[in-house]
Design a protein around this ligand. Sequence first.
Ligand code: CA
Length: 398
Amino acid sequence: MKIERVETFVLRTPLGADTFYSSQARFPERTSLLVRLTTTDGVVGWGEGGQYGPPEPVQSCIDDVLAERLLAAPDASPGVVWDLLYSTTRDYGQKGPYIEAISAIDIALWDILGKTLNASVSTLIGGRFRESVKAYGTGGYYSSTDFEPGRDLDRLSATVAGYAADGFGMLKVKVGLLDVRDDARRVAAVRDALGEDFTLLADANHAYNSSSAIAMGRVLEHYGFQFFEEPVPPEDRAGYARVRSRLDIPIAGGEAEYTRYGFRDFIADGCVDIIQPDICVCGGISEVQRIATLASAHNLRTIPHVWGSGIALAAALQVCAALPLAPYTHVPRALQNEPVIEFDRTRNPLRDDLLASEFVLDDGRVRVPDGPGLGVDVDGDVVERYLVRSGDSGRVRV
Ligand code: CA
């Protein structure tokens, strides 16, 4: 297997009136960096990287540095390429754009391997424990009016009730933009809107220091939330460990961590109960398996973070299908020991329109595509519609 063409695509779409806020940032647009690889046999694979910031630096890592090395590789198997690209960029690329670029390439190589062998990625990485994955919705973001505490509670209640009406039984909402007392009113409103039996999760996007995180965690415990994501900044491992030791609610995190080496330290420092590697960030499908193995050895749960286009979602579904229960029980319990899929509900045409067939919620679950590779087809017209910059390396087939 040898790669002869490497193409990159920066996609961008403004959100207009659907602009939203986390504790960290305003989101006026959605972006993706896609990579399309073509083998000498004409097999095409798609990958995605560059999830959080501007995708152009990730594109540059591929176009200006990694593409040449990939094109020169005599064997383009995912594990072989991963080691080649990481080992030759280690001195300057242990975290950030280089690893996101390697993630995108790795996902595309797994897509190609599956298409070459006529097997889904989940089959290739060990087989499927499940044909569909229970989904949790991510929503309940802040709108601009939320800067005035309490003013937007009715709208928040209506929004989350809408998710429940759409079939979700599990929802993750945002905290951390307001102070703890005002966010507690939002948390209470969400619980009140959805009832006692609805599974709720909260995400602070590392808005707190350990003291304020513990205060917020107690609020979340009071309202029966099931995990508390990114309570403190990813660099504050002592803060993570303090929060985790003082609270009963499971602590989740890791979307801003990279490779097995980053997760080794994150786990060893006792930061979390649930690790959340993003497959398009942490090193791709090859590396997320190594990270999940590390977590398994520590009896921690792995729930991949998902924030991107339909390709990111397809990759996460393939990985979630192949994750064993953690730990095993005779009857699986979603979230407790069975992986769940993050199903972002903010408006994103790159997620909903990019693929020939959209992922849909069915009885609270999303089916794992069973075609070869990632099992999805990319709509070239949609790529063209949102394309702002492309790159093309290698020999064009004639
Ligand atoms: Ca998050």
